[in-house]
Ligand binder design. Structure first.
Ligand code: BG6
Length: 486
């Protein structure tokens, strides 16, 4: 099954913070992959800006080095790399001052391409300044787009402030707030699974679903981002955005159309239906030192830190479809494996007719695996084959995507999809301002609650499954987490 590539319109993509880690590690390699795929028209330009005193040649050399580092050798093609580098330009620029703006305006306003997008790969404190500069310096066109990265605020007030700063210069339909989890193939597939099939919808509700688990486990620690992370913690860094988006797509009602505002309206309704979470339904943890690394407080550079590197929550979606169905969310760093999954566990049949009902079989479950090895698997019970009594055994019905892809075809990185959606002008996989604010409106009182209680995170072993309290959160409801394994 060959992927169909629909070329986008020729574009000028201006990347602020082009020398930074995100641009070099994710954005530029993603654009290179799209060029190799034939999606980027040759006249398009990618214009990097940053404070570094480079010219375009030096920038191209930097990007050449980054492609060597971040693009696997099997996907590096010397001729394609040259074609890609020819599309790159660089202008040293001071976002707060005068330097570089006139040169940038000259470059993009002379012979402009049909689509113009500004990608702000910079600290959120600069969003407002850059947006105002873009309009003051005549760079903003009526349909140009502005793309911003997380963290989008650290609470409701700061998110509202960022929204106001952007809204001052750009319409909402020009603003693309990235949550890279929405670009992951399986997250999008969750919508296809739910809304392109009639099989699941009748059982996708409180009558048939026992509970839902959403796990984003990481094996890495804070990796040199201790300063940022210690001020955020797992709740702000992962739950308010990535896990919230996964929850929304799992729980939302079918939108009338697969269009940006229809989808986002439905997600917003889910966030608004979330109940407040009491302290008794929250488990926070911090990793201890392990054989291959220091403890969280050392990594974060804060010996007294009370920030969580792990969190598990029991969340209730208080609406007609989900009343009484717990959503258990968990995410953490330095866990046993890198694994992200959504698991829908169905209720058992109402009456057990087979022998040995005390030997509990597993409940049916649908496992939507985002990474690694994207797949959707339905676990069902069948009779164990062979003679000697009637025993049940569980089999997975496997819908691994790898089998449906052409040999050699690669699963696109989230940024490839999202960047092309920006150029196409499709906001479906981006967060709307009211959605981000609603997520903070839910998260803020929960964070305030544990801060007021001076809650101390429970230590857990690096390389394990998280604190014991997280296991107890489900045991107490007579349930258990699916194991964290790659
Ligand atoms: C980022 C968080 O948004 O997502 C990081 O800030 C986290 O702390 C990362 O490591 C996880 O993304 P992925 O795609 O590797 O699962």
């Amino acid at each position: 099954m060959a992927a169909k590539i629909i070329p986008v319109s020729p574009f000028d993509l201006i990347v602020f913070g082009a020398s930074g880690d995100l641009a070099q590690r994710k954005i530029l390699p993603a654009l290179y992959y799209r060029l190799v795929a034939g999606q980027i028209p040759p006249q398009s330009r990618i214009i990097g800006t940053a404070r570094s005193d480079w010219d375009s040649a030096a920038f191209r050399q930097k990007v050449r080095d980054s492609l060597e580092k971040y693009v696997p050798e099997s996907r590096r093609d010397a001729a394609a790399v040259e074609r890609f580098l020819e599309r790159l330009f660089y202008i040293p620029l001071d976002v707060k001052g005068d330097r570089g703006w006139a040169e940038l305006a000259d470059l993009v306003n002379t012979d402009p391409n049909p689509v113009r997008a500004f990608y702000l790969s910079v600290a959120p404190s600069l969003f407002g300044t850059i947006a105002s500069q873009l309009s003051a310096r005549g760079l903003r066109t009526p349909d140009s787009r502005i793309v911003v990265e997380k963290p989008f605020g650290h609470d409701l007030a700061s998110a509202q402030e960022l929204n106001a700063q952007l809204a001052h210069c750009f319409r909402e339909d020009q603003i693309y707030r990235i949550d890279h989890y929405l670009g992951k193939e399986t997250v999008q597939n969750l919508m296809a699974l739910r809304f392109a099939n009639s099989l699941l919808e009748p059982v996708w509700n409180a009558q048939h679903v026992d509970h839902i688990q959403i796990t984003v486990a990481e094996s890495i620690g804070v990796e040199g981002r201790g300063g940022y992370y210690d001020g955020a913690g797992a709740m702000r860094d992962m739950v308010q955005n990535h896990l919230m988006q996964m929850l929304c797509l799992t729980a939302m009602e079918p939108p009338a159309r697969f269009a940006a505002n229809d989808v986002r309206d439905e997600k917003l309704k889910v966030i608004r239906s979330l109940e407040d979470v009491p302290l008794s339904d929250i488990v926070r943890g911090q990793y201890r030192a392990g054989a291959d690394g220091a403890d969280y407080r050392t990594d974060a550079g804060n010996p007294d830190s009370l920030t969580e590197s792990f969190i598990a929550l029991k969340v209730k979606v208080s609406n007609w479809r989900w009343a009484g169905v717990p959503f258990y969310l968990r995410t953490g760093k330095r866990l046993r494996a890198r694994m992200s999954e959504i698991i829908v566990v169905f209720k058992d049949p109402p009456h057990a007719i087979f022998p040995h009902p005390e030997r509990r079989h597993n409940s049916n479950s649908l496992i939507i695996r985002l990474q690694p090895d994207e797949a959707i698997t339905m676990h069902m019970n069948i009779k164990e084959p062979g003679q000697g009594g009637f025993r049940l055994t569980e089999v997975p019905l496997d819908m691994s995507f790898a089998d449906t892809l052409d040999k050699g075809e690669e699963m696109a990185d989230a940024y490839e999809r999202l960047l092309m959606d920006v150029i196409r002008g499709d906001q479906t996989l981006f967060m709307r301002g009211d959605e981000v604010e609603a997520a903070w409106r839910w998260a803020d009182p929960i964070i305030a609650r544990w801060q007021e209680a001076e809650d101390i995170p429970e230590p857990y072993d690096a390389g394990g499954s998280g604190p014991d309290g997280a296991l107890a959160l489900l045991h107490r409801d007579n349930r258990r987490w699916r194991a964290i394994e790659a």
